[in-house]
Write a protein that binds this ligand. Structure first.
Ligand SMILES: NC(=O)c1ccc[n+]([C@@H]2O[C@H](COP(=O)([O-])OP(=O)(O)OC[C@H]3O[C@@H](n4cnc5c(N)ncnc54)[C@H](OP(=O)(O)O)[C@@H]3O)[C@@H](O)[C@H]2O)c1
Length: 209
């Protein structure tokens, strides 16, 4: 029987050389129009997914801001270490946050946070669990290690990337993993390409073949 999964969109903004953060952790790549696109996508999603490093490095809120939206998607964080500051922004205000982990240590958790321990935190198994909780559309925002896992497992429907006109030379890659063997290389289908309203960025939508 086919397992039910939510519709999964990966959204990220990268430099021309394919980096989503510089070696120092700088990751403010989006123009205001790109931010708006991200907010609109968040608004139409049921859950936003990020990896543990993104929470530690960026301390994001992961809420919808600056566009009219009647609800915030739930936040989903994936982590083995469960090493988070109690003061992290995602713990300070609604909506609910679910942390998926394969670590059975007990940690003190703030209100509004649920820890789900799975034997195997593959992205597909996490998505399956989210589907069972009524989540039908998921936005995976990063970072590179989390996106690598999602692509490696082919656990996505669309990849939307904005190319920001910057060159980082090094840093966190859009996909950060050991790399695919030649016979594992994935080829996607270009579905849409747009010049951003700022006239300096390109917004690309690919679908999984
Ligand atoms: N430009 C953009 O659009 C954008 C968007 C998002 C993030 N970023 C940048 O990306 C950088 C972080 O990327 P990153 O590649 O270092 O890390 P990441 O993908 O944010 O987080 C990696 C961490 O997530 C956890 N994780 C991911 N998949 C897991 C799995 N299947 N099972 C268990 N744990 C899992 C682990 O957390 P633990 O270490 O807690 O065990 C792992 O170390 C930041 O600098 C951020 O600014 C950029």
């Amino acid at each position: 029987m086919r397992t039910e999964l939510p519709y999964i969109i990966i959204f990220s903004t990268m430099s021309i050389d394919g980096r989503i953060a510089s070696t120092s952790g700088f990751s403010k790549l989006s123009c205001p129009y790109d931010k708006r696109r991200q907010m609109l996508l968040r608004c139409t999603s049921d859950a936003i997914v990020v990896g543990g490093n993104t929470v530690r490095h960026d301390n994001p809120l992961l809420t919808v801001r600056d566009v009219k939206c009647h609800k915030n998607p739930i936040r989903v964080v994936i982590s083995h270490s469960l090493k988070f500051s109690k003061d992290a922004n995602i713990f300070r205000q609604p909506p609910k946050t679910i942390i998926y982990t394969d670590n059975s240590s007990k940690i003190e958790i703030p209100q509004n946070v649920e820890i789900v321990t799975l034997k195997n935190t593959s992205i597909c198994l996490i998505m399956e669990d989210l589907y069972k909780r009524g989540i039908r559309k998921v936005l995976i925002e990063g970072g590179g290690k989390t996106l690598y896992r999602a692509i490696e497992e082919r656990c996505f429907d669309e990849l939307r990337v904005t190319v920001s006109p910057k060159l980082f030379g090094n840093g966190v890659s859009l996909l950060d993993g050991k790399g695919f063997q030649d016979d594992e290389i994935q080829e996607l289908a270009l579905y849409d390409s747009k010049l951003c309203e700022c006239k300096n960025e390109i917004y690309l939508t690919y679908k999984k073949r």
